[in-house]
Design a protein around this ligand. Structure first.
Ligand code: NDP
Ligand code: OXD
Length: 308
């Protein structure tokens, strides 16, 4: 019998549980501190507390309720018998595109400086640029990065995309991980849609910022630990970076009193760039449980060695 353990606390695990229970009332759920947890073969989690997954001896599948699984991988030994899966959803792509588009338009059409000017009653009309004159660089050409890069290219922006391997994407000039210098050079708006891995941790740093166009803007929708916060604060102070739209943070919720809440040029949003619907998440997890029970491999697996 399948036993599901809900490992929390974590973003949305409770709501995914309710949606799964509604779709599959007979499925047995427990918490890590209940005796049935010792038998659990499936774990559902977001940011499992340290050691919590290692204490569950019979797991075959650990399912993230989100698109990223970095917080799970860091908790699991490289036991190849335990599969890790994540959520991949077209609705997620649409949501992310909407968020990124808002950010790109904010900087491209100078709404940042107009909002600033309003505070001082300054009537100043910034020159309008054509979309093709703004170079947008998308880091990560996975499910979400591709959707955002393609969507922006369709709107006429000069779009570049960067990934580990080589990619072909209509309307987008693509670069692989050996070509980061060419990718970054002259970018006006840099968007991070990378997974957090040992290679990408801290990638939004002074060295990266120094390669962008002067006064570039940064949009981070990946993970908080992609960003070296002190480097950003210094770049903003020096005005080499004009602004940052940040959705993700090393500590979430972003603590009260953290400098990023108050820094001019920084927009903070509470990890809302995009979410799949709870019904979609629940159904995808149930489908993967069914595949496992039928002796098939679940889909949307994460490669524990690559880290995404
Ligand atoms: P995918 O796994 O589909 O794509 C990851 C992309 O990153 C791939 O193109 C991959 O390259 C590239 N990549 C990985 N490592 C490197 C590297 N070292 N150098 C260059 N490129 C690299 O992820 P998704 O698109 O589904 O999601 C991306 C991230 O977005 C998630 O991991 C999560 O952190 C974040 N996210 C944030 C949300 C929010 O609301 N803020 C919501 C959902 C996700 P290649 O294709 O060559 O393998
Ligand atoms: C994420 C998500 O991975 O919200 O950030 O799905």
């Amino acid at each position: 019998m399948t036993q599901v353990v809900l490992v929390g606390p974590g973003k949305d695990v409770e709501r995914v549980h309710s949606a799964m229970a509604a779709l599959r009332p007979a499925l047995s759920f427990c918490r890590p501190d209940e005796p049935q947890a010792a038998e659990a073969d499936i774990a559902i989690c977001w940011a499992p507390p340290p050691g919590s997954l290692g204490a569950l001896p019979n797991l075959r599948l650990i399912h993230s309720v989100g698109a990223g699984a970095d917080n799970i991988i860091s908790e699991v030994s490289r036991d190849k018998n335990v599969l890790i899966c994540r959520i991949v959803d077209p609705g997620h792509c649409q949501g992310m595109f909407e968020y990124v588009l808002w950010g790109v338009l904010h900087y491209h059409r100078h709404f940042d400086s107009m909002l600033q000017n309003q505070r001082t009653g300054t009537w100043q009309r910034p020159a309008q640029r054509a979309a093709y004159e703004t170079t947008v660089g998308v880091m990560g050409l996975g499910t979400l990065g591709k959707a955002c890069a393609s969507g922006l290219a369709r709107l006429g922006f000069n779009v570049r995309g960067w990934a580990r391997g080589t990619h072909t994407l209509e309307g987008v000039k693509t670069f692989d991980s050996t070509q980061s210098g060419d990718f970054l050079s002259g970018v006006d708006i840099l968007i991070c849609l990378l997974p957090l891995t040992e290679e990408t941790r801290g990638i939004l740093c002074a060295d990266t910022f120094s390669q962008l166009a002067p006064g570039a803007a940064v949009i981070n929708c990946g993970r908080g630990a992609h960003l070296r916060e002190d480097d950003l604060l210094q770049a903003l102070e020096a005005r080499s970076i004009r602004g940052a739209l940040l959705d993700v943070f090393s500590v979430e919720p972003l603590p009260l009193g953290h400098p990023l809440w108050q820094t001019d040029g920084v927009i903070v949003t509470p990890h809302v760039a995009s979410s799949a619907s709870f019904k979609v998440i629940a159904q995808q997890i149930l489908d993967n449980i069914d595949r496992l029970q039928a002796g098939e491999l679940p889909v949307n697996r994460v490669d524990g060695d690559l880290g995404y």
